[in-house]
Design a protein around this ligand. Structure first.
Ligand code: BJW
Ligand code: ZN
Length: 253
């Protein structure tokens, strides 16, 4: 019933924006951050993903990123990533905003992806500031160094760091002009990403959430679909919803 309602709202939308989080890649085999068996198990996030942690022990931080790069390199995009890529090709006005740094949306065929938390596959020099792609894993040396001699760091956004202003501005524009805003696989605990859905709600957009669990957004979502992204993104976005998907437990406003 609610999947039906979400599809009806989507069919009526002129401008669509999507925000994805770690839950979107969970079914590809990539651990999330805050679930019980998540990436942070045994660590406080700030102890690994922060400029202070890197300044204290760049080798430790790089070991963690290298382990993640290896995991991601061995994983494939799932049916949810593919459904988003397919939808982009059919939708006139579409923006995909992701908090994920794994690159799986692009590997699935999405053309324009706003990677607001950066990418595991980019490095940036802490000395000269040069940014480049780095696809090799394992890296020849850990921690890696730039030709200028300074340490390279992962091209991601850590706690306490600002997001790329141009990317963030584009994400805000998309959220504020969307009449359908989809939030998939994110706990909504990290700012400013979590506020994008609030902005869309404030502008009167239909906000549809896909998640295994309730989040702070759930009570205010127009439709909250409870389930995994790999099944629900195709069920929502593909032209023909697979049969048997009409009974997804959900909450409708
Ligand atoms: C499934 C599923 C399946 C599972 N299907 N669903 C205002 C108030 C308070 C604090 C702040 C504030 N503004 C800024 C801050 C500070 C901070 C922040 O937000 N802290 C909060 C934790 C309180 N934000 C920042 O520092 C940001 N910078 C900033 O705002 O700059 C200005 C500023 C600076 C300082 C002070 C004030 C302002 C930067 C944030 C950068 C976040 N970086 C990370 C690491 C990136 C690099 C890396 O990957 O290593 O980004 S942290 C981590 O969290 C990562 C993720 O992108 C991000 C979000 O996580 P996500 O995707 O939601 O994952 P989970 O695990 O939390 O949730 C998974 C969800 O999926 C769950 O709900 C599951 O149920 C679900 N799920 N399987 C569907 N199959
Ligand atoms: Zn350099």
């Amino acid at each position: 019933m609610s999947l039906h309602e979400a599809r009806r709202r989507l069919a009526a939308a002129r401008s669509v924006a999507v925000l994805t989080g770690a839950g979107g890649s969970a079914e590809s085999g990539i651990p999330t951050f805050r679930d019980a068996a998540g990436l942070w198990k045994g660590f406080r996030p700030e102890d690994v993903a922060s400029p202070e942690a890197f300044a204290r022990d760049p080798g430790f931080v790089w070991d963690w990123y290298e382990a993640r790069r290896r995991t991601v390199a061995a994983c494939e995009p799932n049916a949810g990533h593919r459904a988003l890529a397919d939808f982009e090709r059919r939708c006139g006005s579409f923006t995909l905003i992701t908090q994920n740094v794994d690159g799986l949306h692009t590997r699935a065929g999405s053309r324009r992806v706003l990677e607001i938390h950066g990418s595991l596959w980019r490095v940036r020099c802490t000395g000269c500031g040069e940014t480049r792609e780095e696809l090799r894993t394992p890296l020849p040396e850990v921690p890696p160094r730039c030709a200028c001699g300074a340490l390279l760091r992962p091209g991601v956004v850590w706690f306490g760091e600002t997001l790329d202003p141009a990317l963030l501005a584009e994400a805000w524009r998309a959220a504020e002009s969307a009449d359908f805003f989809l939030v998939a696989g994110t706990s909504g605990q990290v700012q400013p990403a979590a506020s994008l859905a609030e902005a869309a709600l404030a502008r009167g957009a239909a906000v549809v959430e896909i998640n295994l669990e309730p989040t702070p957004l759930t009570p205010r979502a127009t439709v909250a679909l409870r389930g995994g992204c790999a099944a629900l993104l195709p069920a929502l976005l593909l032209p023909e919803a697979p049969t048997g998907m009409q009974d997804i437990p959900s909450k409708e406003r």
